[in-house]
Design a protein around this ligand. Structure first.
Ligand SMILES: N[C@H](CCC[C@H](N)C(=O)O)C(=O)O
Length: 296
């Protein structure tokens, strides 16, 4: 099957974008894996599908449906850098004339907006912190005394025998674990990332963020992503890291997140009904077509 695609990137997190507004391609997980493969396919961290909204959703003002698959072929709930590229794609392809759209994802409705400076700001919805919302199995763990409720830093066993790994957990529709580190450049991302991703306390696996706090408005972040490995940037990871830092009293409400692929900005007022706003770049790299093997 010959398919057309657009290659895009947001702060170095790279995507294959498929226009399925005229009909679904019906790809298998193996075909998603093939597309994402950097040697045998096109190469990407995630594959983004642009689809028309369901009739009921359209009637409620939803412009598009947004479906995300990781490089490992698994469908996931949310992708923040991808949301910015999604908005750029539908505008550039003439699928909408709007600069501000509402998009249905598996994790709820998000609202990307193209801004005058060429970046994209996305209302990513509400962060969630309760273990059952992440999901995280907190059985047998007790919150550390200095933190109340779900703010507790959690101690993961089986990651580093010589040290307890203390994490915060958050969901942006997809699951995140955040560790505080002194220096992201020397953080054990390659060693600990896979152990955290597959830790038994995360039944849906997890994205592992390694957060270095520079000051109350600047952080550095590396993320070992579920289903993709370390990426140059992770939008939902940046959201999860900043809201965790704000809840722990370590960050202010507007933070620049410096990733290996570029700068993202996160804004969160800190209330339970306050959405998280993600701002950053969205760039089209090239358009192409590829013969897709019939892989089941
Ligand atoms: N790996 C993530 C999905 C992509 C998230 C990331 N690329 C972003 O920009 O938010 C997960 O399995 O939840």
């Amino acid at each position: 099957m010959q398919i057309r695609f657009t290659k895009m990137q947001g702060a170095g997190n790279d995507f294959i974008v498929l226009d399925e507004t005229q009909g679904r391609l019906g790809l298998s997980p193996a075909q998603y894996r093939f597309l994402a493969d950097r040697h045998f396919g096109v190469g990407a961290d995630q594959i983004l599908s642009v689809r028309a909204p369901a009739p009921q959703a359209a009637a409620e003002g939803i412009d598009f449906e947004y479906v995300i698959h990781n490089a490992d072929g698994g469908e996931v709930e949310q992708c923040g850098n991808g949301a910015r590229c999604f908005a750029r794609f539908v505008r550039d392809q003439g699928l909408t004339t709007k600069d501000s759209i509402r998009v249905q994802t598996r994790a709820g409705v998000i609202a990307p907006r193209l801004t005058a400076d060429g970046r994209v700001t996305v209302d990513m919805g509400l962060p969630r912190f309760a273990p059952e919302q992440v999901p995280f199995d907190a059985s047998g763990l007790t919150p550390t005394p200095q933190h109340q409720g779900e703010k507790w830093p959690l101690t993961l066993d089986g990651i580093a025998p010589e040290a307890h790994v203390s994490i915060a957990i958050a969901s942006m529709g997809n699951p995140h674990a955040v560790l505080l580190v002194d220096d992201v450049d020397t953080a054990p991302v390659a060693a600990w990332g896979p152990l955290i991703e597959h830790h038994a306390r995360f039944p849906a696996r997890v994205n592992a963020g390694f957060l270095q706090i520079v000051d109350r408005a600047q952080v550095r972040l590396r993320v070992y992503e579920r289903g993709a490995g370390e990426t140059l940037a992770c939008g939902t990871g940046a959201c999860a890291a900043v809201v965790s830092g704000i809840r722990l009293g370590l960050l202010d409400g507007l933070v620049d997140v410096h990733t290996r692929g570029g700068r993202l900005s996160i804004a969160w007022a800190g209330g339970a009904s306050d959405p998280v706003f993600l701002t950053g770049p969205a760039t089209t790299v090239f358009e192409g077509q590829i013969e897709l093997p019939d892989l089941l």
